[in-house]
Design a protein around this ligand. Sequence first.
Ligand code: T4K
Length: 387
Amino acid sequence: QIRSKADLAINGAPPAFAEPLHVGRPNMGERDAFMRLATEIYDRRWLTNNGPLVQELEQRIGKRLGVRNCVAMCNGTVALEIAIRALGLEGEVIVPSYTFIATAHALHWQAITPVFADIDPTTHNLDPDAVRRMITPRTTGIIGVHLWGRPGPVDQLQDLADEHGLQLMFDAAHAFDCSLGSRKVGGFGRCEVLSFHATKVFNTFEGGAVVTDDDELAEAMRLMRNFGFVGYDDVIHPGTNGKMPEINAAMGLVNLDAMPDFVEANRRNHRAYALGLNGIDGISLLGYDECNDPNYQYVVIEVHDDYPKSRDQIVAGLQAENILARKYFWPGCHRMKPYRDLYPHAGLLLPQTDRLAGSVLVLPNGSAISSDDIELVASAIRMLRTQ
Ligand code: T4K
């Protein structure tokens, strides 16, 4: 525990942690089970191109999420690009700016204009009224993001999409295995995109998938992820290389078995953070609703005006302790170089995004973090307040 100002690294004390404490330390399932699958891959000499482990992973994820199709991909960004193309999006597509840059890039990369809409400051998800204000005759779709794994306003967005004849899809990179009440994430909109990056609650080293109940859409995406090939010689669709390798699927199968442990560790960590941060004026921890089967992957705190330091000062203080807290998703996509020149006035339309991007920080979580670690992190934040 950091008990006095003199214990803080910014005041010259040794850092609280000898090794860096990372936000996205990967969750790892059983090593022996992974090695067994790796050996099978070696013996089989089938390394990629829709191998048996990829097919098994797709089956298991589809069943788990209650969707008819899971199309595994090499990462979440390519999965987004393929889904966007399969839906025929063009012109302008409305997205939040308060998201990882990949959501916007997946559009811009395909010469589609990402039009940034503001968020609801309490949920951090798209505000349907703000989305409505951004619809123009060039709009073809909306991409909602279930930020931090908390499901977005799916019904309101679906109503808006229906009213204006727009396509709706979701970036569910954070929301693997989460629900909205009794409805599992995976079945909302025309399709939903998952990321299985190393830093996600469920990882395949790198990886991703598009899940959908639309068989035709799934078939198109299966073609697109494999250059449009059907059989050995025939190309019937434009495409790219979005395939997931077998070794990634092996990691996925092992990690699927361990999901209850990962989520339980995250939930335990969340409780420990809630306890540790309790009563620190000016700091609030973003909660999860138990009814929505959260995966608790992100420990998100907001620094309010009555905390005497800025968010960036806290981050600097924590980094001095070797606690690598992150400023996700600062400064918002609209202020990143590829977009700020294209949309110089976007900031005026995004007051909540600007405010949140300047006041949120994400703390270390995952199965590699212990309750002692969390006590130490919380005590650092408590002491930094008085510093
Ligand atoms: N949509 C949304 C809403 C997303 O959040 C993301 C990805 C995507 C789409 C795209 O999906 P992918 O194409 O990535 O599948 C990280 C991840 O790279 C990215 O996947 C994730 N979102 C984003 C929120 O976070 P960085 O640049 O912050 O990651 P990085 O490398 O700094 O890792 C975070 C921490 O984790 C580091 O302090 C080190 C630690 N770490 C990381 C890796 C990779 C480890 O300890 N071991 C590791 O193997 O973006």
